[in-house]
Ligand binder design. Structure first.
Ligand code: NAI
Length: 462
């Protein structure tokens, strides 16, 4: 029986990052992973492979729509789907092997197999029980599938199956206009599929700033995605390789059907805690199946901690990473902490959508006195040169103190631009602090500065 200071269960971004920080802080650390490769959902069947397909399909879009405008004349590129899949696999391999290297470098033992926790201080992997002072559960999440739908990962797929389809479908129906549905829907629309999105609510991407939601949907429609809004999918059946989706339009209470070659079910995710033995151990869950923790990530069982998608909060790789670092620091007696008010969210479509802090709707609901600074990428020279002038930056600041309360960006590289606002918010900056910071010209980041200027004396290029 091996003995450790910390055993982390799960090697996704929460787990592997936590294991590395634990090892760096001097703990004898192991990480349990039952899959063949390290990296969890994010590296194997989530963030990384979907970004590879988004990147490849965006290049196709550029070649089809913008090359000729710049004097680059060539035949329309042909999509070799198998080669695109190989490229995606190489990207995954490079990343997962990178984690293996980091584990070796930091002397972290990879315990191969699926873990359960028979008692505090013990982790069972296969037929071996390992002891550990601290156990960190970082088991992530899995797709949450609607009742009445049987996933076969061929005609009815989750995000996992959508990454490895045998061929590009002529017609795809996406259930759910959330992050997964719109990212993967964009991929297949660019590759030539007729993509129709069926969404329960009247707006896409629940929780985003309403102005961004509207602009985003308008842009996606222009790119060819179709939307059926305010419609609840009830069931999906498959016959002779064709899927039939039955849905109800909520306002009129009318029943409809639609057919597709592939149906992507992207209706959210739920914590993955099966097989850990939490019930016997006495680890308390919320009514949504998340592991309950206190502010120090301790579960209801002392010595057992939990982080990432398995606990409350947004299901984001970077939120899990930050919690993984924080819990390691707490175990080492340091002041590990995550600022949940400044966690950016990014949708990697084109244009990208990024947000941090509060939306205008949240500020209104809280009765706060705020001001809005907005700047359209239309006024940004770099964006215009790059055919990327769709979208805007919106900064929300306190009307009296000018402190930045939130930022919402739809536009080129939004997922990178958002971070200067994140840093500013961490320092409690005012919009004027951003506005007075020199931004290199010509960069997309000038649009962020202009939005900050618009909170005060006014933007220049408008
Ligand atoms: P989501 O929660 O973002 O969106 C699900 C959508 O499905 C909602 O708009 C909901 O109203 C709709 N829906 C639910 N039931 C329905 C029904 N019966 N008929 C029609 N529509 C229905 O979930 P999603 O996109 O599956 O993503 C899961 C999680 O993974 C999210 O927390 C997301 O943040 C995370 N994620 C983050 C990424 C990123 O940061 N770029 C990428 C992929 C996933």
């Amino acid at each position: 029986m091996a003995s450790y200071d910390v055993i982390v269960i799960g090697s996704g971004p929460g787990g592997y990052v936590s294991a590395i920080r634990c090892a760096q802080l001097g703990f004898k650390t192991a990480c349990v992973e039952g899959s063949d490769t390290l990296g969890g959902t994010c590296l194997n069947v989530g963030c990384i492979p979907s970004k590879a397909l988004l990147h490849a399909s965006h290049q196709l879009h550029e070649a089809e729509h913008n090359f000729a405008k710049m004097g680059l004349i060539s035949d329309k590129p042909v999509v070799d789907w198998q080669k695109m899949q190989n490229y995606k696999t190489e990207v995954i391999d490079g990343n997962t092997k990178g984690i293996e290297f980091l584990f070796k470098k930091n002397k972290i033992d990879w315990l191969k197999g699926w873990a359960s926790i028979p008692a505090a201080g013990q982790v069972l992997v296969g037929d071996k029980t390992h002891s550990s002072k601290h156990i960190i559960i970082a088991t992530g999440s899995e797709p949450s599938v609607l009742p009445g739908i049987d996933i076969d990962e061929k005609n009815i797929v989750t995000s996992t199956g959508a990454l490895t389809l045998g061929e590009i479908p002529a017609k795809m129906i996406v259930i759910g206009a959330g992050v997964i549905g719109l990212e993967l829907g964009s991929v297949y629309a660019r590759l030539g599929s007729d993509v129709e999105v069926i969404e329960f609510l009247d707006e896409i991407t629940p929780g985003l700033d309403a102005e961004v939601q509207k602009a985003f949907q308008r842009i996606l429609k222009k790119q060819g995605l179709k939307f059926i809004m305010g419609a609840a999918v009830k069931s999906v059946t498959v016959k002779n390789g064709k899927a039939t989706v039955s849905y109800t339009k909520l306002k009129k209470d009318t029943k409809h059907q639609a057919q597709a070659d592939v149906v992507l079910v992207a209706t959210g995710r739920k914590p993955f805690v099966d097989g850990l033995g939490l019930e016997t151990l006495g680890v308390a869950l919320t009514d949504r199946g998340q592991i309950q923790t206190n502010a120090n990530y301790v579960t209801s069982v002392p010595g057992v901690y939990a982080i990432g998608d398995a606990i409350t909060g947004p299901m984001l790789a970077h939120k899990a990473e930050d919690e993984g670092i924080a819990v390691a620091e707490i175990l080492a007696g340091q002041a590990g902490h995550v600022n949940y008010g400044v966690i950016p969210g990014v949708i990697y479509t084109h244009p990208e959508v990024a947000s941090v802090g509060q939306t205008e709707e949240q500020l209104k609901a809280a009765g706060l006195n705020y001001k809005v600074g907005k700047f359209a990428f239309m006024g940004n020279g770099r964006a215009k040169a790059n055919f990327a002038a769709d979208g805007f930056v919106k900064i929300l600041a306190d009307a009296v103190t000018d402190r930045i309360l939130g930022a919402h960006i739809i536009g080129p590289m939004a997922g990178d631009l958002i971070h200067e606002v994140c840093v500013a918010m961490e320092f409690g900056a005012a919009a004027e602090d951003l506005a007075r910071t020199c931004h290199a010209h010509p960069t997309y980041s000038e649009a962020v500065r202009e939005a900050a200027l618009a909170c005060g004396v006014g933007a220049i290029h408008i």
